[in-house]
Design a protein around this ligand. Structure first.
Ligand code: PSV
Ligand code: MN
Length: 388
């Protein structure tokens, strides 16, 4: 049996980072539905993230996206966050929304565009210096739509060159997280389409470069926990962008589409002893709440990760190892399914009470009056949105 004290301690120490853009308006290419009370500034996004942390106790960092969260004084922004009780998480670069990037950013055939994109990545490292952020998260929309459009190989060379320049600029405690995505917006080739490509570039770069797994960025049916296990073994897993999907990059709440997959992922994390912050893996959300209320959805997402983690921590590792050693296929599977089938909600309620939190964070949010407050206060100005 898993030691209950160890399980509680691990859950208490768990850290989940929330993304500034999930608090803003978002939508599909068909429609963005605005919601009342949505933040208009990076500060208001941070204030919302701080509420999520106050109610869950495990979400003490908020990731920024530049230029969506551009401010004049980043040190001031970090101080504002600290005053609210949260820190600045990953700095996400954005080299996918300028007209110049139609044919790519760091892999663009035009050296001037490549320079502009690389300069933006370097600017993000400056922002890390100013905010105390540890992680630079890179996702490139770069790719091609038609066979023959550009040289696949040359684009890899250009990518490697830009990554090298940015990697060499990182401070001793800073890291680069290289995210991959199968397709979209490019539909024929994508320059970092899969974990293998990201892994190969990270190996070439060095210890400070690791892979970021966005759970929505795979072909249907991909065994994500295998990728997790492989990268953990290779010490090249740096972060997750958690979300869930039914079809492609749906960016729905993590654990909503496939809670069993999330459990299997967390089982690999727990069995590699990679859950605690000391292991250096950033557990981030990367979601868009297009039709549901945003702050409760983010709280719900944090709770979904906690529930999957608690189940993974309940796996009877001795019984599992014994069953695996003796070739007891059904027995081993049963040990895992026993843990998955446990109702961990009472345990998490108790844990929250021990942490002086309300056992039911979503209900506590609804009772808090915060939603009414932001809806009445945040009038006028321009609501923040995915892409603004
Ligand atoms: C791309 O689809 C992505 O997953 C990257 O992490 C971006 O930075 C993020 O979404 C923007 O929403
Ligand atoms: Mn992502």
């Amino acid at each position: 049996m898993a030691d209950p004290g160890v399980v509680r301690q691990a859950l208490r120490e768990q850290r989940i980072e929330t993304p500034s853009w999930a608090y803003a308006n978002s939508g599909t290419r068909f429609k963005v539905f605005a919601q009342a009370g949505v933040p208009r500034t990076p500060q208001e996004k941070i204030a919302d993230a701080a509420v999520v942390h106050r109610l869950t106790g495990v979400a003490p960092a908020v990731a920024l996206h530049i230029p969506w969260d551009r401010v004049d004084d980043y040190a001031e922004l970090a101080k504002y966050a600290a005053d609210q009780g949260v820190g600045i998480g990953a700095i996400n670069a954005n080299v996918f929304q300028d007209d110049d990037y139609k044919l790519g950013s760091v892999t663009n055939p035009d050296p001037q565009v490549r320079r502009k994109a690389t300069d933006h990545l370097l600017e993000c490292v400056d922002i890390m210096d100013a905010t105390g952020s540890r992680d630079l998260k890179l996702w490139f929309s770069d790719g091609t739509n038609y066979p023959g459009q550009d040289s696949i190989r040359a684009r890899q060379d250009r990518l490697a060159e830009a990554l090298r320049e940015v990697y060499d600029r990182l401070g001793p405690d800073q890291r680069m997280l290289l995210e991959y995505k199968l397709f979209e917006p490019a539909f024929y080739t994508t320059d970092v389409p899969d974990w293998g490509t990201s892994y190969a570039h990270c190996i070439e770069l060095g210890d400070k470069a690791t892979v970021c797994i966005d759970t929505g960025h795979h072909a249907p049916g991909t065994n994500i926990e295998f990728i997790v296990a492989f990268l953990l073994r290779a010490r090249k897993l740096g972060a997750f962008d958690f979300n869930s999907r039914f079809y492609a990059d749906d960016d729905l709440m993590v654990g909503a589409a496939d809670p069993f997959q999330l459990f299997r992922i967390m089982h690999e994390i727990v069995s590699a002893d990679a859950l605690s912050p000391a292991a250096g893996i950033a557990f981030m959300l990367d979601q868009c709440h297009n039709i549901e209320a945003k702050i409760p959805a983010i709280i719900r997402s944090v709770m979904n990760v906690q529930e999957a983690t608690a189940k993974a921590l309940l796996v009877d590792t001795d019984a599992l190892a014994a069953a695996q050693r003796s070739g007891d296929v059904l027995g081993a599977n049963e040990v895992l399914m026993d843990a998955y089938s446990s109702d961990v909600r009472p345990l998490l309620r108790e844990l929250r009470a021990e942490m002086d939190l309300d056992p039911e964070p979503v209900a506590a949010y609804h009772r808090s009056g915060y939603q009414q407050q932001i809806e009445s206060e945040r009038v006028g100005g321009q609501q923040a949105g995915w892409g603004a």
